[in-house]
Design a protein around this ligand. Structure first.
Ligand code: ADP
Ligand code: SF4
Length: 689
């Protein structure tokens, strides 16, 4: 297949200072939870993007000096020459298929608590450090000497970046994370010298750094600037109007304007709260202020939307972080006319949770993300099948669908059976909940891929029993039979069922997804802490109930702090009139009353309610597995070599865990048993004397 001429414009080369990008696909800097701890894993992840056709590929945030660092978060360092080899490995990987290699340099200023380096943080003005974790640390105001030092450190970093093979050096002044923004914003810059006050003064450091960068490495490297379109923190913040004034004032200064938005949670809004191209109004018209190229983001996955951004004169480059994670081959697929093959980002922000939890990122749609080096997994290619021929996949939720897709790619004869009448399992249901429609892409992508495979047959409306499975006699059987929400309150607060006298009906998210509509006063007890409690509350209000959400956590949907949506969820629930009761657990239901208890004081409160919804935990649907396990001695006579349980059925978790489990199953089938060996590669720190 060849490219649709409509998309030709996306493949035009664009110049950035002294270098030229081969096309308009620009992977903006993004975290991955690996950083300096897993440099080869990060390098390989970026190499795969190079193979996937991106014109520009950036590193994540790279701390340019040890006096400003954001531990415990794991990004990259360029503190001295020791960091060069890992950065050079990355640029080399980015170059492999002719992408421009970009490095994002950050001096974190008021955002860097320096928990590791123990240096006193420096910022334009003295104030408490501004981080996710409200660290009890303050920054001191920078003196003129400090500013001179900072400029020298930048010059050193520019030279190191060039020597490490980078073509583009981006100065980070967005998301509240970079010192350039701290100088630009009157919220963080209260100086009265030539670096404070007027916009010209507040932009002095930015100008000096860019000019000095150009002097140092501008002959071969483009110097780009990353700003937020609006700091989005009210009157004192660096507003969209001021951003426009700044670009007007310094229109030709950087070689490219890279326009992010607000804080990270504004920029990486989940699909639950933000549409594709959500920053349209904030960015439109900026291009007319400068002759330099402009890149913007907006979870772009649709080539038509991308073309519109370019044709309307809004953007020169299509900036992508999450869409490039979900599908590293997005540009190549557009180029080859394979639009249906694009694995669209669902906007769930699970990838971000890897960074927030300092572990390593996962992607719901792309289970190979950050496993390219650790496990040698490629997002588009599977190894050929092993010696066996046939596999039965039971359950077509995320785990079963991904297992079937990946097994199909390997060349096995696959049968995928599901008790329901449509593919998707939990996502077929959850996609109808408020704000979650994009999550349906988990099923849609796989449904199309499976429809193209002659070696995969799908049987819907087929609830299989142990007898059925034994009779069929597939060589391998994988059970991905999902999970069910409990209605007895068991989770973290209650490790055994909660006392109830049955005087008030108790329901679960499954009941609500099945169409149940409790009216009147409803108590929702959330001891699950991810998105489901908030979403079900929203659904209940939509259906006309008055909802009180009770949770033992200090935040509604507490874990969504890791997916950057907690504040938006709280705001939405307040707007809907949901009563939010924090730090309380529902402890019993008796005599038509729901009783809660303060997690700190033990003080009890009673509520009247017509129904209680337990959003507490799920149990794996493993009855079929247990039945088959009990009949293990019959497997051989039916020609069955293995039966395995995966996904939510084995251990309920977010969807990304299920697609990973399905993929892993397919990768490991017929592979040699590695025994007690570590199932992934890792890097171990080199010891110094
Ligand atoms: P996961 O997230 O692990 O993929 P899901 O709950 O999304 O789990 O999907 C499980 C799927 O398994 C559902 O679509 C369900 O209809 C199907 N299923 C469960 N038990 C059986 C069975 N005995 N036979 C066929 N399909 C089943
Ligand atoms: Fe998109 Fe979710 Fe994957 Fe992140 S984890 S890239 S938001 S699908």
């Amino acid at each position: 297949m060849s490219r649709d001429p409509r998309y030709d414009i996306l493949f035009e080369p664009v110049q950035i200072g002294p270098v030229t990008a081969k096309n308009r696909f620009y992977q903006v800097p993004h975290c991955n939870g690996g950083g300096y701890r897993d440099p080869s894993a990060v390098a390989e992840m970026r190499r795969v993007k190079s193979e996937g056709g991106w014109g520009v590929i950036f590193t994540e945030q790279v701390e340019l000096h040890h006096s400003s660092e954001i531990s415990p978060f794991i990004e990259l360092h360029l503190w001295d020459d020791d960091d060069m080899p890992m950065l050079a490995k990355m640029s080399e990987a980015m170059h492999e298929y002719d992408a421009l290699a970009g490095i994002e340099l950050a001096y974190s200023g008021v955002n860097g608590p320096n928990l590791y380096s123990k240096e006193v943080p420096r910022a334009p003005s003295a104030m408490p450090i501004r981080t996710f974790t409200n660290d009890p640390v303050s920054a001191r105001a920078m003196t003129r000497k400090d500013i001179r030092d900072l400029r020298r450190w930048h010059r050193n970093a520019f030279k190191r970046a060039k020597n490490a093979g980078y073509d583009l050096v981006c100065l980070y002044g967005a998301h509240g994370f970079g010192i350039i923004q701290h100088f630009l914003s009157t919220a963080t810059n209260h100086r009265t010298d030539e670096y404070g006050g007027s916009l010209e003064n507040r932009s002095r450091l930015m100008r000096e750094l860019i000019e000095e960068g150009k002097d140092a490495i501008g002959d071969t490297c483009g110097i780009t600037l990353r700003l937020s379109l609006d700091e989005a923190i009210g009157e004192l913040g660096f507003s969209n109007n001021e951003v426009r004034d700044l670009i007007d004032m310094h229109s030709e200064l950087p070689d490219l304007w890279d326009l992010a938005h607000g804080a990270w949670e504004d920029c990486s809004g989940p699909s639950r709260f933000k549409e594709e191209a959500a920053q349209q109004d904030l960015v439109s018209g900026i291009k007319s202020l400068t002759s330099k190229p402009v890149v913007g983001v907006g979870r772009f996955t649709s080539p038509d939307v991308m073309v519109k951004q370019v044709k309307s004169g809004t953007l020169d480059f299509i900036g992508c972080a999450r869409p490039s994670i979900a599908d590293p081959f997005l540009p190549k697929k557009i180029d080859e006319g394979r639009i249906e093959d694009i694995r669209e980002c669902i906007g769930c922000n699970i990838c971000i949770s890897g960074d927030m939890t300092m572990s390593i990122s996962r992607c719901t749609q792309n289970p190979t993300f950050m496993e390219e080096w650790r496990k040698g997994w490629h997002p588009e290619k599977m190894q050929a099948k092993g010696e066996s021929e046939s596999v039965l996949v039971v359950g077509a939720g995320p785990a079963g669908l991904e297992a079937a897709r990946a097994l199909g790619l390997r060349g096995y004869q696959v049968v995928l059976a599901d008790a329901g009448t449509q593919l998707g399992g939990r996502v077929a249901r959850e996609r109808h909940l408020p704000g979650l429609s994009a999550w349906g892409r988990v099923a849609d992508y796989r449904e199309y891929q499976l429809s193209q495979m002659e070696n995969v047959d799908i049987y819907l409306d087929n609830r299989l029993s142990a007898d059925n499975i034994l009779e069929f006699g597939f060589q391998h059987v994988v059970l991905a039979t999902g999970s069910t929400w409990r209605n007895d309150g068991v989770a973290r607060v209650h490790v055994v069922p909660m006392p109830t006298d049955g005087s008030i009906p108790v329901y679960t998210p499954d009941d609500i997804m099945n169409g149940l509509k409790p009216g009147g006063d409803v108590i929702l007890f959330d001891d699950d802490h991810y998105y489901m409690g908030g979403v079900i509350a929203e659904k209940l209000v939509e259906q006309g109930a008055r909802v009180t959400l009770v949770t033992p956590a200090a935040y509604v949907s507490e874990w969504t702090n890791n997916t950057l949506e907690q504040a938006a969820i709280h705001r939405r629930l307040v707007e809907l009139g949901v009563d939010i009761i924090l730090n309380q657990s529902v402890v019993q239901i008796a005599e038509q009353r729901v009783e809660s208890e303060c997690v700190f004081s033990g003080q009890r409160t009673n509520y009247r309610a017509g129904a209680v919804i337990m959003v507490t935990s799920r149990v794996g649907n493993d009855a079929l597995w247990n039945e088959l396990l009990a009949r293990e001695n019959e497997w051989k006579e039916h020609g069955i070599d293995s039966i395995k349980l995966i996904g939510d059925a084995q251990s309920p978790a977010p969807i990304a865990w299920a697609t990973y489990a399905g993929h892993r199953y397919a990768r490991e089938l017929d592979m040699p048993d590695i025994g007690d060996d570590l199932p992934f590669r890792r890097e171990v720190a080199e010891l110094k004397s």
